[in-house]
Design a binder for this molecule. Structure first.
Ligand code: HEC
Length: 488
């Protein structure tokens, strides 16, 4: 359930990110295209103004000179629109005819001559032209009317014959030099005579724009792809993580369930076992005490001792199994309180003493405690100490010595050391001793029966206290066990 939800969130998140990324890159692309378009249009307009200024310079020059005389040859003929100008035609002494060429015609001639080189061509137009070729079309007429109202430029992007153009027009106003020829039309200085139009074909600019556009598509496309690749990789890794997490989670859940089943089983089974065991222990000790009559033969007494001892041993075993499975299921809770470590050690030693006497092993305890109180579960602490002490006594032959030492460390932690000079263990024995249900197999084994659970359980209990249990042992040299309890 959890997995599915997480999974769905991740997928939606990734889709959202992909959409945001696409919109962002797409937006950038559109913005870039828009900028390129504006740039190309501005370029066309700048080129138009350049061509316009060049034409104007030529026209102005010719007008300032009152027109230019050229030999009337070929396409140059006396201009009928200038009949009223004195000395329009001049005959040289050698008999060549020169005629006055007006600025408009001159520029037109130059353009005709250098058409290819000149490129953009300007056109001089008027509402009421001298030459009907110069009649303004509708768009130009509107512009000229606008000029009369004070506007100084009209321009537009347009298309005709499947070709895109930029065209612009600016006013031609009469100055004194113009009136030499145009006064006849009734114009005065400052009047709008007409306009100069420039028409720039957009094809070359569009070509460039297309190149930029294609570059834009490639660069933005690659950027987009790169982002999508990264996003996909990120997404796949995320999904994998979720899968891994969920599988460890479900494994954990299964493990928790199975260990719950196990500990439930253990506790019910131990209850079932304890009841008959208590009967066996209780009745065998009653019989041993001969309360209801004599036992009779020595053989019977021996068997009774065996029954009693075996019952007790079985009970210990069941208790250990129960503790271990509780710890493994995480169900064992410590009942922490202030514990007088000094007293607990003394008590434990006292409990072990009878057995030590029997085995002819001496026990000595020493203390260097700055403060005897520690935070611990007293019952569990006793269990740990009794277990270790009884092990030490158990594995030490007659005449040996067991010592227990407790001291405070500088950092406030405590170390309890239990040393014996018994049979010891080699590395292999040690691994076995610390594994649950494994027991060190020695010649003493039969004499010193045990559950095999004592040491692992002890270690678990120390670790539950946040402490550490360290074993140093060597075959035939003895064993030293250190318990480190942290400062509380
Ligand atoms: C030397 C005489 C002459 C001078 C100077 C002259 N023009 Fe013209 N202009 C003409 C003639 C002739 C035409 C028409 C004939 C043609 O297009 O061949 C003409 C055409 C024009 C036109 C086109 C409309 C039309 O009437 O055909 C405009 C606009 C114009 N001139 C403006 C000017 C301005 C502005 C000046 C002063 C800077 C000027 N001209 C100076 C003789 C002159």
């Amino acid at each position: 359930m959890y997995f599915k939800l997480e999974y769905r969130h991740r997928i939606w998140g990734s889709i959202m990110l992909a959409v945001i990324w696409t919109v962002a890159v797409g937006g950038l692309f559109l913005w870039n295209s828009h900028l390129s378009n504006t740039y190309s249009n501005n370029l066309a307009r700048a080129d138009a103004i350049k061509a316009f200024n060049k034409d104007q310079a030529l026209r102005q020059w010719a007008a300032n000179h009152g027109g230019v005389y050229m030999e009337a040859l070929g396409d140059i003929e006396p201009n009928p629109f200038m009949e009223h100008i004195p000395d329009r035609d001049v005959m040289t002494s050698s008999g060549r005819l020169l005629t006055l060429v007006n600025p408009a015609t001159m520029v037109r001639l130059i353009m005709k001559e250098y058409d290819k080189l000149y490129g953009v061509r300007g056109r001089l137009v008027s509402l009421e032209p001298l030459n009907s070729d110069n009649q303004a079309d509708e768009w130009e007429s509107n512009a000229i009317n606008a000029f009369k109202a004070g506007q100084i430029e009209v321009g537009e992007f347009t298309s005709s014959d499947n070709q895109d153009y930029f065209r612009m027009i600016r006013p031609m106003k009469a100055s004194k030099v113009c009136l030499k020829c145009h006064a006849i039309q009734g114009y005065e200085v400052g009047d709008v005579l007409g306009g100069v139009g420039i028409k720039v074909p957009m094809a070359p600019y569009h070509e460039q724009l297309n190149a930029i556009f294609n570059g834009n598509i490639i660069s933005h496309g690659l950027t987009w792809l790169l982002g999508i690749f990264g996003l996909t990789a990120w997404h796949i890794r995320g999904i994998r993580n979720i899968r891994k997490q969920s599988s460890t989670q479900s494994k954990l859940a299964t493990a928790q369930i199975s260990s719950k089943i196990k500990s439930d089983f253990m506790s019910s089974m131990s209850h079932e076992l304890r009841t008959p065991l208590n009967a066996i222990i209780g009745f065998s000790s009653t019989m041993k005490a001969e309360i209801f009559g004599p036992v009779g033969s020595d053989k019977n007494r021996e068997y009774l001792d065996d029954i009693h001892y075996s019952g007790q041993h079985l009970l210990e075993l069941i208790n250990d199994i129960l503790d271990i499975s509780a710890i493994e299921a995480g169900a064992l809770k410590l009942e922490l309180g202030n514990v007088d470590l000094h007293r607990v050690i003394e008590d434990s030693v006292r409990l072990i003493l009878p057995r030590a006497h029997k085995e002819e092993v001496t026990i000595t305890a020493s203390y260097a405690l700055s403060r005897p109180e520690i935070q611990a579960d007293e019952r569990r602490l006793r269990q740990v100490l009794l277990n270790l002490l009884s092990n030490a006594v158990k594995f030490t032959p007659a005449g040996g010595e067991v010592t227990i030492d407790a001291h405070s460390n500088a950092d406030g932690s405590m170390t309890i050391t239990i040393t014996d000079d018994g049979i010891g263990m080699d590395a292999e024995d040690l691994t076995l001793a610390l594994s649950k249900f494994g027991q060190v197999d020695t010649e003493l084994h039969r004499k010193t029966d045990g559950t095999g659970l004592g040491l692992p359980l002890t270690k678990d209990l120390v670790e539950l206290h946040g402490g550490e249990l360290i074993i140093c042992s060597e075959r035939d040299q003895g064993t030293m066990i250190k318990i480190m309890l942290p400062k509380f």
